[in-house]
Design a protein around this ligand. Structure first.
Ligand code: GAR
Length: 210
């Protein structure tokens, strides 16, 4: 079976959605570890309660990004993952780390990339007045939030939306598209196609409406 390591920094609701889908749908996959950069990450306690192995690599214990990323990579490598899924992991990763996990590192970002990379994406979307917003699952490359897109989910922006109300609507579609992509990965259907674009065998549309 396909081995997934999932990295979280907070509640880990995307991680939970993936774990539950994997179990309920009987994927050819195992979530072999959930790893956080903060001991207080609620996702760690949840995973532990599910009987999943957990680890914490506190970024505050390291004096540089390089030292933290090296320690994190060492812990991840112990689990020999086929894929490392970033699920609300709020640390920018160094090029060395990204290269080490090339083609095996996947992220979910709360915007329709290439719009709104970085932080505070829902506030950015409201400030621009866009009428559609959403989320993107993509392979990670050294340039932040710019790697090849695997799937996207969109939601409407509604009158009276706040960053919080919009975030909630987007999160619901995140919980659909990230498990879907993890399933495709588990089945070995995701390939790097031409010019750094992604192909998924047997899938016509990788766009989801929230
Ligand atoms: C999600 O909305 C995810 O897209 C976002 O953080 C949230 C984590 O929620 N990720 C980023 O902003 C990455 N830069 P979760 O912990 O409940 O999955």
């Amino acid at each position: 079976p396909c081995r997934f390591v999932i990295l979280v920094s907070g509640q880990g609701s995307n991680m939970q959605a993936i774990v539950q889908a994997c179990r309920e749908q009987g994927w050819p996959a195992d979530i072999v570890a959930v790893i956080a950069n903060r001991e207080e990450a609620a996702g760690l306690a949840w995973a532990r309660a599910q009987g999943i192995e957990t680890a914490c690599v506190p970024h505050r214990d390291y004096s540089s990004r390089e030292a933290f990323d090296q320690a994190l990579a060492d812990v991840i490598d112990r689990y020999s993952p086929d894929y490392v899924l970033l699920a609300g992991f709020m640390r920018v990763l160094t090029p060395g780390f990204v290269r080490h996990f090339e083609h095996r590192l996947v992220n979910i970002h709360p915007s329709l990339l290439p719009a709104f990379p970085g932080l505070h994406t829902h506030a950015q979307a409201l400030a621009k007045g866009v009428q559609a917003h959403g989320c993107t699952v993509h392979f990670v490359t050294p340039l932040l939030d710019s790697g090849p897109i695997i799937a996207q989910g969109a939601v409407p922006v509604l009158a009276g939306d706040t960053p919080e109300s919009l975030a909630q609507r987007v999160l619901k579609v995140e919980h659909r598209i990230y498990p879907q992509v993890a399933y495709w990965l588990a089945e070995g259907r995701v390939e790097m196609g031409e010019a750094g674009r992604v192909d998924v065998q047997g899938v016509e549309s990788r766009f989801f409406y929230g």
